[in-house]
Design a protein around this ligand. Structure first.
Ligand code: ZN
Length: 365
């Protein structure tokens, strides 16, 4: 986050206390600000389920639940694929492959990062309670324990960066993130309007919009969902390509990229407004992620968690999509073509459509 952005952030969000700085460069290349801002008086998230909570057990400072118990709660079948090491979980919403001592799982063929590693103890596997309630549940049994949710009408699309903030730039090709995100957002807007949605863009020209203002625009529009559109880049790396999909990290979990050696543990012990919507944010993220990987054949960099300032104040489900790497000349060349940007818009719109269909199915139950 630039100094100007930081000042604007403070100016526009008096209820927030800005503290820490940008996230590590290697792991969070283009997110404009993973700002640690503690909302004063943020309400606690609703319980993920009205059922009685599963009994917990602490490993370290994290509360876990037994994976067999979690599976039965989700109506899923759990089997060891490799004794003591790998498990398979089959639920109404799909199939997960889980590895002991790992945070990375596969759900319906897609890479998904849990907030805490799976643990084995006494021949039994355990998953953190937060991962059970806010990752496995939305992915394997969407809508479980949630109030029925109306079909999305108002969709807010957020073209990342703008104005004095170009985002990532590929100087060799002369293209910048801020121009590409706006073009993809405009294309997605047309597609979603054709589906009957009201679509609001957080900016529709080359202007700078502070991160909290973007979420505020979504609140003002009574948004039913929010998609922030970005492109990625890595320093001194011209090979990495593919899609990353982010949701805001749940309370008590750290950002996916804050696990590496030397990274600061950014766990927050308070809930932010968007955490009320963790369940549906994950459903939305999975739908968009699936379309990128299955339809567009994007290399799968995973569904990740991050304390993203642009998502934090939302009062609706929200995701941030890194649509591809501008630091990869091969991928950037594709992204520079209108045809590819139309495809990006198409998979975003298709993901939203899938999400709406999942909502409709959960209402029909
Ligand atoms: Zn960006």
């Amino acid at each position: 986050m630039s100094r100007a952005a930081r000042l604007l952030f403070l100016a526009f969000a008096p209820a927030f206390v800005a503290a820490a700085a940008d996230a590590p460069a290697r792991s969070s290349p283009t997110r404009p600000g993973a700002v640690n801002a503690a909302p004063t008086g943020a309400p606690p998230p609703p319980a993920a389920s009205s059922e009685s909570a599963l009994p917990g057990r602490r490993f370290g400072r994290v509360e876990y639940v037994s994976l067999p118990a979690a599976a039965s709660r989700l109506g899923a079948r759990l089997t060891w694929v490799e004794s003591g090491r790998r498990l398979e979980l089959k639920g109404p919403g799909g199939r997960a492959e889980i590895e002991v001592e790992s945070r990375e799982i596969t759900v319906n063929g897609l890479r998904v990062f849990l907030g805490d590693p799976v643990v084995a103890n006494g021949g039994e596997a355990f998953v953190s309670r937060v991962d059970h309630e806010r990752c496995l549940s939305p992915l394997l049994r969407p809508g479980h324990g949630q109030a029925p949710r109306a079909a999305p009408r108002v969709i807010v699309l957020d073209p990342g960066h703008g104005g004095t903030d170009p985002g990532k730039v590929n100087e060799r090709l002369g293209i910048s993130e801020k121009t590409l995100t706006l073009d993809v957002a405009r294309r997605a807007k047309r597609l979603l309007e054709a589906d009957g949605h009201r679509v609001v863009l957080t900016r529709d020209d080359d202007s700078f919009v502070a991160l909290p203002q973007r979420a505020a625009a979504a609140r003002a529009a009574n948004a039913d969902l929010f998609v922030s559109i970005h492109f990625n880049a890595l320093p001194r790396d011209t090979r990495t390509s593919g899609v990353e999909v982010y949701t805001f990290a749940p309370r008590f979990q750290r950002s996916t990229n804050a696990w590496g050696g030397g990274e600061r543990d950014d766990t927050e012990d308070f809930a932010s407004p968007v955490n009320r919507h963790d369940h549906w944010s994950v459903v939305l993220a999975h739908a968009v992620h699936r379309r990128f990987v299955n339809d567009l054949k994007s290399a799968d960099r995973g569904k990740k968690l991050m304390h993203l300032a642009v998502l934090r104040p939302l009062d609706c489900p929200g995701v941030l999509v890194e649509c591809g790497f501008l630091s990869s000349d091969a991928e950037a060349r594709k992204i520079s073509t209108p045809a590819h940007r139309q495809q990006l818009a198409t998979v975003i719109a298709a993901g939203v459509r899938d999400y709406a269909n999942t909502l409709a199915r959960t209402r029909g139950k």
